[in-house]
Ligand binder design. Structure first.
Ligand SMILES: [Zn+2]
Ligand SMILES: [Zn+2]
Length: 148
């Protein structure tokens, strides 16, 4: 069984990108990170191990990953967050601490009452290719111990 990082690296190489040690480190750092980090936070985390790495390297590697559809950029207001989970899913964002949780589609479909209709995939001639919702609220941790 190959890890997510390994398959991302293989796909990146297949797309013609050279796998430099820095690129490999960036992919490994991001592959299993479900916190939807920003490019800046990845850069900060990798910097101690790669003092000569430039932010442009991180940025360009992330752009390559996005181009290959291995990572999606999420714009939830503020800086773009990176999401290595490329399965269709929704997000729940905590207004207090900013944590972003992935919500698998099946979990949402169950609470939805609207029946899927034939034309629910088209509005004013617009063809919907995917749907991504953002739920805002408070995460379990912030409900349990509110930051005041
Ligand atoms: Zn929270
Ligand atoms: Zn996500």
């Amino acid at each position: 069984m190959t890890s997510r990082a390994d398959s991302m690296l293989a796909d990146l190489e297949r797309a013609g990108f050279k796998l430099t040690p820095q690129r490999i480190a960036i992919v490994r750092e991001l592959a299993d990170d479900l916190t939807h980090p920003t490019a800046q936070s990845l850069f900060d985390r990798l910097r101690p191990a790669f003092p000569t790495m430039s932010f442009a390297t991180v940025y360009n590697t992330l752009a390559a990953l996005t181009e290959c559809s291995l990572v999606q950029g999420l714009n939830l207001g503020g800086s773009v967050r990176l999401d290595p989970n490329t399965e269709p899913h929704h997000h729940a964002v905590c207004d207090a601490c900013g944590v972003i949780h992935d919500i698998p589609l099946e979990r949402v479909e169950r609470v939805d009452c609207a029946p899927p209709s034939a034309d629910s995939t088209s509005f004013l001639g617009f063809r919907v290719l995917r749907e991504q919702r953002t739920y805002r609220g408070l995460c379990a941790q912030c409900i349990a111990s509110p930051v005041s």
